[in-house]
Design a protein around this ligand. Structure first.
Ligand code: BT5
Length: 306
């Protein structure tokens, strides 16, 4: 959302204000005030005008309103419907942008890892953050973990006990509530840009999702304000990305995988054993009985105890 528009909203949130006073405060013309107020009304904000001037009635549950009240330095680019927020974020990266959060209500071409499909009907939180962290490419997995931690925290605030399955799934009672897809470009010694895409099934009927192992916040019985959930998630991600050393300890706290028997498929190998730990920048330690293996990437399945 445009910066002046956010300032208009912030002023309205403090209480009623007349058009001329608003124009003075923001150093814009009265015509410009009127244009901003009209644009905000079109975006779903209720802004009645009475004797005391304009007032902020209600704020939309989602949409461009995600930018309003967001305590993290992301420009919000909102789409009602788009093929993929990750694809859009990569496009913005190519244009030189940074610190952007692309947010959509629906994706028509949502993607998972390894070109899998990610079902993204209307009612979810589908978002991608574009950052330029200036770290070596080898550190990139840390951002996947950070996104998983931020998602888990935001979900737990709604009262749902979510946990993380290594490396990138957020689960509730073994069912997948959210997934993360991180993409990046850069040289070995420096990431040029990194896009962390997060998909959370919020107000969605899980019967419409492609697997029985999926759940949604609606199915878990909570009615969630998607704007607030998105804001908490973005704020959490930003805070973790600012202080790297907090990511792994937080991940361990929310991990559902540690201490379990797991099977990890790496593409050319299958490793089975007990997940005993996670190492910088995100590798899983698996005790196979004879040796301890460190797995950098793969698909992980939680197994029943032996
Ligand atoms: C992921 O892949 O879990 C990464 C998902 C990332 C989605 C976000 S949404 C915003 C951004 N824009 C994008 O285009 N993508 C990102 P993976 O671990 O490969 O899991 C994919 C598998 O999860 C699929 O093969 C299905 O089995 C299952 N799946 C698909 N859609 C699902 C959904 N909505 N909820 C739960 N499981 C789903």
């Amino acid at each position: 959302m445009q910066e002046t528009r956010i300032r208009v909203l912030k002023r309205l949130a403090e209480g009623p204000v007349s058009g001329p006073a608003l124009a003075d405060r923001l150093d814009i013309s009265r015509a410009a005030v009127w244009k901003h107020v009209e644009a905000l009304r079109e975006a779903g904000f209720e802004i009645p005008s009475g004797d005391d001037g304009y007032e902020l009635g209600s704020v939309p549950e989602f949409g461009p309103a995600v930018a309003f009240g967001l305590e993290a330095p992301f420009d919000v680019v909102y789409h009602d419907s788009i093929d993929s927020t990750n694809r859009r974020a990569r496009e913005l990266a190519a244009e030189g942008r940074s610190n952007v959060a692309v947010v959509a209500d629906e994706q028509t071409g949502g993607r998972g890892r390894l070109d899998r499909t990610w079902a993204s009907p209307s009612g979810g939180v589908w978002l991608s953050t574009l950052v330029r962290p200036g770290v070596p490419a080898a550190h990139a997995p840390l951002y996947t973990l950070a996104a998983a931690v931020a998602t888990t925290r935001a979900v737990r605030e709604t009262g749902v006990e979510a946990g993380i399955k290594w490396p990138n799934d957020v689960l509730v009672d073994g069912r997948k509530l959210a997934g993360i897809l991180t993409e990046m470009e850069g040289e070995a010694d420096r990431v040029a840009w990194l896009v962390a895409g997060v998909g959370v099934n919020v107000d969605i009927d899980p019967a419409g999702l492609p697997t029985e192992d999926a759940t949604s916040l609606r199915a878990e019985g909570v009615d969630v304000d998607r704007r607030l959930l998105t804001q908490r998630l973005l704020e959490g991600f930003h805070a973790l990305h600012e202080s790297h050393e907090t990511i792994l300890p937080a991940w361990r706290e929310y991990a559902d995988t540690l201490g379990r028997r797991v099977r990890v498929e790496t593409g050319n190998r299958t490793i089975e054993g007990e997940a005993t730990g996670i190492e910088f920048p995100g590798a899983l330690r698996v005790d196979t009985g004879g040796t301890v293996e460190t797995v950098a990437a793969g698909d992980c399945e939680h197994l029943r105890p032996a």
